[in-house]
Design a protein around this ligand. Structure first.
Ligand code: UDP
Length: 244
């Protein structure tokens, strides 16, 4: 086994299916199945969930809503997604213990995020869903995904994408000559602004040497294969660039 503890970054869009907004039952069930699949082979798994299927802070400007307020709305959207995912995980597997930990205290529905408690949940075989990002505005959930991975001593961040199986030299939907990177150096991702994750998140990963796997979440078993050591998607690390 390559990894025994990972953190997954899941965008809100993954809960929405093709529609992009709200929830799609099949899409939510697919997420639950993939997370449970990883858990069943003994990988300790935490998930940082986005909120883009409900609201993103960057929309605030169009709506005339001040950014910090809009970001609070976005963070609360991630809480809804976390509760939805816990519900779906337990609907699939009643006995699996799933904890939703929030950076913004909402005591009636989720535990507060406390680093050592989160680690102890992972060690105890519980699935930990981390919501409300950092609890602070002006970032998306990419940054807290790297931050929590480091805090929780995860060996890697698995950055799930929908409909794209890694990072390409150019947009593969527009440029037929685009090639996928098998491996990508942090510095290339930053210099070329390759946008798999926010730049601030890649910088944090680079500074603390956290491997980041970017992969197509629509492919069943992709996370399991990554954790078992297979070459899937693009690995961002301090190694050299390599095309597939
Ligand atoms: N957000 C925030 N602080 C955080 C994490 C998230 O303010 O630490 C807000 C921000 O407005 C963001 C929204 O929550 O746009 C939803 O998260 P994100 O955009 O990352 O969702 P995704 O695109 O991954 O679905």
């Amino acid at each position: 086994m390559r990894y025994r503890r990972v953190l997954m970054k899941l965008s809100g869009g993954a809960l929405a299916g093709d529609g992009g907004w709200g929830f799609d039952k099949q899409a939510v069930e697919h997420i639950a199945d993939e997370v449970l699949d990883l858990h069943q082979i003994g990988v300790e798994v935490g998930v940082v969930i986005g909120g883009g299927n409900i609201f993103r802070g960057e929309l605030g400007e169009q709506w005339g809503i001040e950014r910090a307020e809009a970001d609070n709305i976005g963070m609360l959207a991630t809480v809804i997604n976390g509760l939805m995912l816990r519900g779906a995980l337990n609907a699939r597997h009643e006995s699996v213990d799933v904890r939703v930990m929030t950076a913004i205290p909402i005591n009636a529905v989720a535990e507060p995020y406390i680093r050592l408690r989160a680690i102890s949940h992972l060690e105890g075989g519980r699935i930990v869903l981390l919501v409300a990002g950092t609890g602070n505005p002006y970032v998306t959930t990419d940054y807290p995904a790297v931050q929590r991975a480091l805090e929780l001593r995860a060996e890697a961040l698995l950055a799930a994408k929908n409909g794209v199986d890694g990072i390409y030299t150019a947009d593969p939907r527009r440029d037929p000559s685009a090639r996928r990177y098998r491996a990508l150096a942090y510095d290339t991702a930053i210099r070329e602004n390759l946008r798999a994750l926010d730049q601030s998140a890649v910088l944090l990963a680079r500074d603390h040497d956290l491997p980041v796997h970017v992969f197509d979440f629509d492919q069943r078993g992709a996370m399991r294969r990554i954790c078992l050591g297979e070459d899937v998607g693009t690995l961002i690390s301090k190694g050299a660039d390599e095309l597939a």
